[in-house]
Design a protein around this ligand. Structure first.
Ligand SMILES: Cc1cc2nc3c(=O)[nH]c(=O)nc-3n(C[C@H](O)[C@H](O)[C@H](O)COP(=O)(O)OP(=O)(O)OC[C@H]3O[C@@H](n4cnc5c(N)ncnc54)[C@H](O)[C@@H]3O)c2cc1C
Length: 236
């Protein structure tokens, strides 16, 4: 599979996310046949093309939670996301690798997430609903977020000009700041991530990234993805 984006350039393998972010499939080595052959090696046999019987095997593996045959694929993404999304994303440990832009080594860009969907929280912890606020409140909230981000970035630049180290100056920057990182995972770990984060319980912003990631899974591994959905979107 092909290489996609390693910059902000939008290609067919780049899904724009939020106002300035994206999820780009930078490389992949993943298909349904690898799942089947990882399972069939138990009997020292292999398929060259995916048959209906193989598709049934994938559904069985998913349903009965035989997870390891789903680990023999590889997705490498370049992600541009606000820091608060990254904090949630990087909690996913098993089968995930990350390398992020360092604010110690280079100056960060003045790019901030300005929420379109400004909402209010209704209900109890664990069962919140989120409803849009009135347009006037939304405009005021967006103005507050923008002003705070701009003011923080001005302070950051002032400190840099005075010779303060980047690692110290960056401490004034807000969670809305965009950063970039490589994220690699296997199909099983990707499904676990999507099950938790492309979910109504997850925060809207990370859900947008998980939805984009799930789209790539569906494109490269359609049978696996369909079985995942049929299994209640629970990873094996
Ligand atoms: C809606 C939502 C709300 C959340 N709220 C909070 C919150 O308020 N505070 C907070 O801190 N986090 C919160 N999280 C993060 C959550 O607790 C997990 O850290 C995150 O979802 C990653 O899930 P995971 O550990 O299953 O994934 P991974 O780290 O990818 O692990 C995958 C699986 O591997 C196994 N595993 C991995 N590591 C271990 C280990 N050390 N020991 C045993 N088994 C292991 C487990 O079976 C695990 O499910 C929230 C997540 C969601 C989706």
């Amino acid at each position: 599979m092909p290489v996609a984006a390693s910059s902000d350039v939008v290609t067919e393998n780049t899904a724009p996310v939020l106002d300035h972010g994206f999820l780009a499939l930078d490389g992949a080595f993943a298909d349904d046949l690898a799942v089947v052959n990882a399972a069939r090696v138990s009997f020292n046999v292999a398929s060259e093309e995916l048959s209906e019987r193989d598709e049934g095997l994938i559904r069985f593996l998913m349903r009965d939670r035989h997870g390891s045959p789903f680990e023999h694929g590889y997705f490498r993404f370049l992600v541009k996301a606000p820091i608060f999304v990254v904090r949630e994303h990087h909690r996913h440990r098993a089968g995930h690798s990350y390398n992020e832009w360092s604010g110690r080594y280079s100056k960060l860009d003045a790019e901030f997430y300005l929420p379109d969907f400004v909402r209010t929280q209704v209900g109890k912890p664990g069962a919140y609903r989120f409803e849009p606020v009135d347009p006037a409140v939304r405009d005021q909230a967006r103005a507050e977020i923008r002003a705070a981000a701009e003011s923080a970035f001005e302070a950051y630049e002032r400190m840099l000009e005075q010779g303060v180290a980047k690692e110290v100056a960056r401490t004034v920057l807000p969670l809305a700041l965009y950063t970039k990182y490589f994220w690699s995972c296997n199909p099983r770990s990707l499904m676990h991530f999507c099950g938790l984060r492309n979910s109504e319980q997850a925060q809207y912003e990370i859900r947008e990234y998980a939805r984009a990631a799930e789209g790539f899974l569906e494109r490269l591994m359609p049978v696996t993805h369909a079985a995942f959905v049929a299994n209640g979107r629970v990873a094996p």
